[in-house]
Design a protein. Structure first.
Length: 139
């Protein structure tokens, strides 16, 4: 079973991020901190969320496919193709988190949201998670 994914932009991810941002802001605002500290923390929170959204930390990947059992390929939105190895798969409800290692040794973390792929691709990712989980030695 080879995995071949075409990733579309997620509609759920920004909603979750905005809700988390609003929740954290409300918790900071309702805390017993001094007014300047509240404003500073909320500004810091907004700045970090803006930086994460616009920085290269979040890899914008359009496609991900499996060459063989060890080799994986992915294409960024700029058209650059990369080769690497799958290190880990985690299933977190609506999200499957992949950890990839490039040929240069750099790790890339990719979150695939349920609404980014079709049903067949999601099933393949879930099977990949189960297979990866069963191959890990926890002892």
């Amino acid at each position: 079973m080879l995995v071949d994914l075409t990733l579309t932009p997620s509609r759920v991810q920004p909603v979750i991020h905005v809700l988390a941002l609003l929740l954290l802001s409300a918790m900071i605002w309702a805390s017993g901190l001094a007014w300047p500290l509240r404003g500073g923390l909320i500004s810091l929170l907004l700045g970090i969320s803006w930086w994460l959204k616009n920085s290269a930390v979040t890899h914008r990947i359009d496609a991900l496919w499996q060459g063989d059992s060890h080799t994986w390929y992915w294409q960024q939105r700029q058209g650059k193709r990369h080769t690497g190895q799958l290190l880990g798969v985690r299933h977190l409800g609506l999200v499957i988190h992949l950890t990839l290692k490039t040929a240069s040794g750099k790790r890339i973390f990719l979150s695939v949201w349920r609404d980014q792929v079709n049903e067949q691709q999601w099933r393949r990712l879930c099977v990949l998670h189960v297979l990866n989980d069963s191959q890990q030695n926890w002892f």
